[in-house]
Each structure stands twice: as structure tokens, then as C-alpha cells.
Design a protein around this ligand. Structure first.
Ligand code: XLS
Ligand code: NI
Ligand code: NI
Length: 439
């Protein structure tokens, strides 16, 4: 049985194609910098936005038309059908990975036991589909933010029972991630943050968050889960102050609580811009400390102050993101997970395809251009020249800590004035990027 009968497997047809259901830039097996495009990009589908987001916003109800949901009213039946639909969808697009929250794949029951039983039934089905298709799990996670019990947070809730519930949920989510051979497990700190310090013991909350993460590390050892743990930074929304504000904040947290050996970062484009940084900055901060794990690929709207999770179509951003990823040596356990949702008005089933094609093609085009920039070393050569003064002479002495304040003072006193600084040539470099884009 097919749920997308009218849609064939999406193929690469090149940039001249006018077929909307084709890739213009993503040619999965084409080799770029010694690796196939699909290995560079490792595209993943987010189960939640693709199959559970129905178009609700603060002003209106569901808009999405999904025949399989209309035909299946019973929550368990619906969850089962969605598995079939999801795998057909991924196969047709050539998406080789997916990510999910526990709550996305199976209905939550009245009790934890009921929820876990539901999960087991659905995970059986997912396992079968994974075997049939060869599609892999990039990472799993637990939804510790939707249910009302998490209104004050999960591991950072003032209520210890809520902490316990969150821990039990993470335990199960780790077990199913292990069972499905997940390459990673992500912690996005949902409601881990606060609205006002008038009612918040920030230190206890953060200590507790670290305690939960340590428990996860211990449990991974116990059950032999060897996937990579990730933390996903986000500065605000739903709370005003999310504890995992940005890459730098998360890395400091991991170091403070001795978790840095067990976690890497899952960096999301829209979260980067919400924190007032570029994605390129967030990736560089993580890479420079050996901590970039995976990417949630999307984009925000810079005119809006919230997390719009749009499909990435801004080529400039994907070029610079792919440049950082290439520069950092590429993905190992991670990949590009489309944490992206359709606009509310893009409500048709084929919009799901068109949006993923747009995202995949924009990243593929970004990869093509970033690879050329990297090959020609234009930016890298400029960097080398710009920091040349640290290669020899006094700069080399500074780098190797051969000098202190006294020696540096003597050095400057013996010099007449600082020689002219070089130009930063920002506009020139920006022009070069344009040349690489337009050829
Ligand atoms: C929400 C987050 C979420 C995580 C997974 O803003 O991006 O979707 O990626 O819990
Ligand atoms: Ni995300
Ligand atoms: Ni987001």
C-alpha cells in the first residue's frame, strides 16, 4: 500500500530542471572533496514537524490535510500508519536518517507504564521498517516539555516527583534509542530555564539538570548504549531564560559539571540567530573545542523574535554552515536533521516533499560552493596572511610564552611606532563569496 501514489522517488535532474519534484543540486552519490554528497550532508527527517505538527498556532487550529490521519482516528492505529507513511516518505526522498521524541511516535498513556507499552508496539514496527529500508536513527530524545506536569521544567522543576518522571522517561527513550541502534541521543532542555528569579533557585535547578545528565551517562554504561550524547542550545522560548543559552554557555556548563567528555553539541540554526549569533559562529565555537556533534537544520525569520523553524532556503547561510562543517572535518555521528516545519498555509501533503526538497537542495548547493571555497583555500590563505605576525619574531615568542610583560614593554620601547595595520578586507572577501556563488 502506498500513501504517496502520485509521487515517484525524487531524483537529481540538475539545475535546469523545471520538475518541482526533483533535486536541482543534490546528487547523492556525486563525489565532492573525496566523499559522496550524501555522506557530507547526512540528511535526517524530524518525525515531529513532519508527522505531528498539524499547523496549530496561537491564533488558529489545525490546517494540515493528511489523508492517513483522517482515515485513522484511533491514536494507536494512527501511530502505526504514520510509521508506514514516514518510511515511504523517507525512501522517496532518499532521506537516510530520522530523529524522534518518544511522544512523536506513540500516544502517551494515562500512566508511564501505558506510554511505555505503546512505545514498545510502535518501536517494533519502526525496527521492521528500518530493516526493510536501511534507514537509520540519527538520534532519539524524550519530550519533557509538552505535558502539563513539565510546566515548571523537567529536571529543573522545583518538584522532585517531576524530576523522577523525567528521569524515567529518559531511561525508556534511551532504551529504545539503543534498540534502534541510534547514533546519538539528544537533550534539548525544553522547559529547563526560568521566567523570574523571584521564584527560582537557579543554582539548585542547574545542579539538578547536571545530575540528570550524569544519571544518563551512568545508565548508558549500564545498558551498553554507545551512541553520542548531545545538548542542543537555545537561548529562549519557551522560557525567558533557557539554561542552555548558546554554544559557549553549554560548553561552560559541561566543563563545570565534568560532563564534557560525554556530550557534544547539536546546534540549530534558528536557535543560533535567536541567541544573537550567526550559525557560523555557533558552529565555530563548538568545533574549536572539539564539541560539534550534529546540526538541526532550519532557519528563522530575522524580523521575528521567535523560533519559526522554517525549512532552510537561504543559500548564503548554508554555504557558511557547510564551510564550517568541512573546515571542522565533517560529521562523524551527527548529520543535518531538518528540525523544520511547514508554514501553516503550506498545508498539502506534497508540500512536505517540496519543503524537504528545498532544504536538501539548499544545503547541497551550499556544500558545492563551500567545497570550492575550501579547495581554493581563499579564506584560509587570507587567514594565514592576516595572522602572519605570530609565525615569527615577537609573535612567535608570545605564542610560545617566551616573553612576559617586561620583555614586551622593552620591545615596544625600542620600536618607534607600530607599523601600519593591514586592512581586514571584509568587503573584498564578501565579493569573493558572491563570485563563487555566481561563477
Ligand atoms: C525546539 C527544539 C527541539 C529539539 C528536540 O526548539 O529544536 O525540536 O530539537 O527536542
Ligand atoms: Ni532542534
Ligand atoms: Ni527550533
Amino acid at each position: 500500500m502506498s500513501y504517496f501514489e502520485k509521487i515517484n522517488k525524487v531524483k537529481y535532474e540538475g539545475s535546469k530542471s523545471t520538475n518541482p519534484m526533483s533535486f536541482k543540486y543534490y546528487n547523492p552519490d556525486e563525489i565532492i572533496l573525496g566523499k559522496s554528497m550524501k555522506e557530507h550532508l547526512k540528511f535526517s527527517m524530524a518525525y515531529w514537524h513532519t508527522f505531528t505538527f498539524m499547523g496549530v498556532d496561537p491564533f488558529g487550529k489545525e490546517t494540515m490535510e493528511r489523508q492517513w490521519d483522517i482515515d485513522n482516528k484511533d491514536p494507536m492505529e494512527r501511530a502505526k500508519v504514520r510509521v508506514k507513511v514516514a518510511f515511504e516518505f523517507m525512501e522517496k526522498l532518499g532521506l537516510e536518517y530520522f530523529c524522534f521524541h518518544d511522544a512523536d511516535i506513540a500516544p502517551q498513556g494515562e500512566t508511564l507504564k501505558e506510554s511505555n507499552d505503546n512505545l514498545d508496539v510502535i518501536v517494533d514496527l519502526i525496527e521492521k521498517e528500518m530493516k526493510r529500508t536501511g534507514i537509520k536513527l540519527l538520534w532519539g530524545t524524550a519530550n519533557l516539555f509538552s505535558h502539563k506536569r513539565f510546566m515548571h521544567g523537567a529536571s529543573t522543576s522545583p518538584n522532585a516527583d517531576v524530576f523522577a518522571y523525567a528521569a524515567a522517561q529518559v531511561k525508556k527513550a534511551m532504551e529504545i534509542t539503543k534498540r534502534l541502534d541510534g547514533a546519538g541521543y539528544t537533550f534539548w532542555g525544553g522547559r529547563e530555564g526560568y521566567e523570574t528569579l523571584l521564584n527560582t533557585d537557579m543554582k539548585l535547578e542547574q545542579d539538578n539538570f547536571a545530575r540528570l545528565l550524569h544519571m544518563a551517562v551512568d545508565y548508558a554504561k549500564e545498558i551498553g548504549f554507545t551512541g553520542q550524547f548531545y545538548i542542543e542550545p537555545k537561548p529562549k522560548e519557551p522560557t525567558k531564560h533557557q539554561y542552555d543559552f548558546d554554544s559557549a554557555t553549554v560548553i561552560a556548563f559541561l566543563r563545570k559539571y565534568n560532563l564534557v567528555d560525554y556530550f557534544k553539541l547539536n546546534i540549530e540554526t534558528n536557535h543560533a540567530t535567536l541567541s544573537g549569533h550567526t550559525m557560523q559562529h555557533e558552529l565555530r565555537v563548538a568545533f574549536d573545542q572539539g564539541l560539534l556533534g550534529s546540526v538541526d537544520a532550519n532557519q528563522g525569520d530575522l524580523l521575528l523574535g521567535w523560533d519559526t523553524d522554517q525549512f532552510p532556503t537561504n543559500l548564503y547561510d548554508t554555504i557558511l554552515s557547510m564551510y564550517e562543517i568541512i573546515r571542522g572535518g565533517g560529521f562523524t555521528t551527527g548529520g543535518l536533521n531538518f528540525d523544520s516545519k511547514l508554514r501553516r498555509g503550506s498545508y498539502k501533503e506534497d508540500d512536505l516533499f517540496l519543503a524537504h526538497i528545498a532544504g536538501m537542495d539548499t544545503y547541497a548547493a551550499g556544500l558545492r560552493i563551500a567545497a570550492k571555497l575550501w579547495e581554493d583555500k581563499v579564506l584560509e590563505k587570507n587567514l594565514e596572511q592576516r595572522y602572519q605576525s605570530y609565525k615569527d619574531g615577537i609573535g612567535n615568542d608570545i605564542v610560545h610564552r617566551k616573553v612576559g610583560f617586561k620583555e614586551l614593554e622593552t620591545y615596544i620601547l625600542n620600536k618607534k611606532e607600530i607599523d601600519q595595520n593591514d586592512s581586514g578586507r571584509q568587503e573584498y572577501l564578501e565579493t569573493i563569496i558572491n563570485q563563487y556563488i555566481l561563477g
